[in-house]
Design a protein around this ligand. Sequence first.
Ligand SMILES: [Zn+2]
Ligand SMILES: [Zn+2]
Length: 351
Amino acid sequence: MIDAYVLTAAGKPLEKRSLPDPVAGGGQVVVEVEACGLCHTDLAYASGEVAPKHALPLVLGHEIVGRVVKAGAGCEALVGKRVLIPAVLPCGDCDFCRAGRGNACPKQKMPGNDIDGGFATQLVVPGAPLVPIDDLPASVDPRHLSVVADAVSTAYQAVRRSGLAKGDVAFVVGAGGVGGYAIQVARALGARVIALDVSASKLELIAQHGAEKTVCVDGRAPKDVRKEVHGIAKDWGIPSLRYRIFECSGTPQGQTLAYTLLAQAATMVQAGYCAATVEVRLSNLMAFDATIHGTWGCPVEAYPEVLRLISSGAVVLAPFVEHAPMSRVNEVLDDMKHHRLGRRVVFDPKA
Ligand SMILES: [Zn+2]
Ligand SMILES: [Zn+2]
């Protein structure tokens, strides 16, 4: 039997249950979970703000690192390997996957959404998309790599999607979670980065990890902020053609602000999620000849590059991660709901 924390009904605490040992079918493996990160999406599912695709009961958790302990046909070579489980597991064999757009694969599986996730001592996942991580330098705590499965890889893909190049300026709205990593990745790829957030403490932290300028936007009008940050870019001699705007706050205010930062030939990427709608003048896109991309997860092919940035120290995880025993999951969810978490929590499923 395995231990798992199960969502039985929206709005109710997760329930600890003993479940039968998972079995790996053809193309699948059983992974013994070493660490599983907590994402805002887990809170959205637990609270009922968003319904997971799989019917309840469901084991949540999609930022998983662990060791392969059993394998079905075709995946035998993975047994014994430590792996990172991407949050988006594409089928690998459809038009989307073949076009390098596996993160938008219609047949994708997401642990803790389409299938049982990592708030458990073990889970079953498809073997093909897993990313082996045994070769990483000892300086990287493998448990921290769980946040790569979503927060870091999503940030990397958002930056990639924007076409960001050396010498561009990145305006990152929302400097926690995905945004914090978008800042580090953009800096690592040679951009000059301006971080915008409502939290002074988040800005203070990110100023040490890639943000050259920080702008506290709490209570400020988007137009004022626009004037300030465009002014900084102008001082740096960077034309709006090279503006890369990242909406990572997942709030209506952040989305409005990011949109307000658009200018001639600028590019924006929407990486945050909120259920609310915002009102924007879409004609600005026309007038500015500007571009907005959506972004969801990260194609599996991009993970080696993400891991290279981490191995080289260009992107650091430790200052943004804290550990907690899985048994505290309901308290931690409550802390997240009330904005009491300063860092991304990574659970130890055995504690
Ligand atoms: Zn997530
Ligand atoms: Zn596919």
